[in-house]
Write a protein that binds this ligand. Sequence first.
Ligand code: PLP
Ligand code: COI
Length: 341
Amino acid sequence: MEKKNLDWANIGFAYRKTDMRYVSNYKNGAWDEGTLTADDQIVISECAGVLQYSQSCFEGLKAYTTEDGHIVTFRPDLNAQRMEDSAKRLEMPVFPKERFVDAVTQVVAANEAYVPPYGSGATLYIRPYMFGSSPVIGVKPADEYQFRILTTPVGPYFKGGAKPLTICVSDFDRAAPHGTGHIKAGLNYAMSLHAIMEAHRHGFDENMYLDPATRTKVEETGGANFLFVTRDNKVVTPKSDSILPSITRRSLVYVAKEYLGLEVEEREVLFDEVKEFAECGLCGTAAVISPVGKVVNHGQEILFPSGMEKMGPVTQKLYDTLTGIQMGHIKAPEGWIHVIK
Ligand code: PLP
Ligand code: COI
């Protein structure tokens, strides 16, 4: 298979159309058999549920070329499960988990030429998504849905790669108490757009959102969970009902305990504690682990001892171990690696 001639090291995190995508339609209470298609255009009613009432959810995972030349994905069963949770919360039909993993497999195999080579620093980002496609005008769920998966080759999510980020404490909330913060609903991202643009306009890379009820606890950013490291090398990660249960974070907690022998605390994290930590990172599929060097809260700066030049030592070990598992040079826990070919 000849790879596309792309400048893999410099593609950035942007949409680039690939050859094939997967599509399945839900009608009269059932999903059709699904198919791969070259057609990247979608034609739906002007009154479709997704257009009027934002009935949509999505997932994000990546395909990697391993050191020995296989193409693999990382824990796609967990994305399937989370999409099921999102769908249920949004009154959408569930796309069956086995079919989700099979569709991911098909669409990655069909776009093999776009899976970046081992060592290039790039990966194939996989974006499963679902939306209400039939017309609704009263506020209610649509009757018909489309499930699709697109793929696009990507580089690092944050410009500057592994350079520590500067983030600010947002005055906006990302999620409501008892709302939709724990699922991957498109609406969560729509409402974060103003906050992220404001952060960028003020020179910050990302927002730190606080818990919406008391605004005293750390939640997450617009697209990643937080990991902190204490001065005595404990890993601490916020626990909250209104953050997305990151698959990367859950995997890193396991890696920290089982591979690195570190102590891990999953608990509420007060913003007041942040200044005590030695390292801070953002973790997610797109972010992998992106180090944070500085948090700014209305002009008050918290500078982590790990500094603005490189990742802290514990963050680096977590990063190396996780990416080593994904790229196939560290043995993965049972069931983590799904081989496409
Ligand atoms: N938090 C938010 C809001 C996200 O959008 C994402 C990305 O998927 C994450 C966390 C990280 O989750 P995961 O590690 O499953 O990609
Ligand atoms: C991901 O990490 O897959 C996400 O969906 C985050 C998004 C901000 C790109």
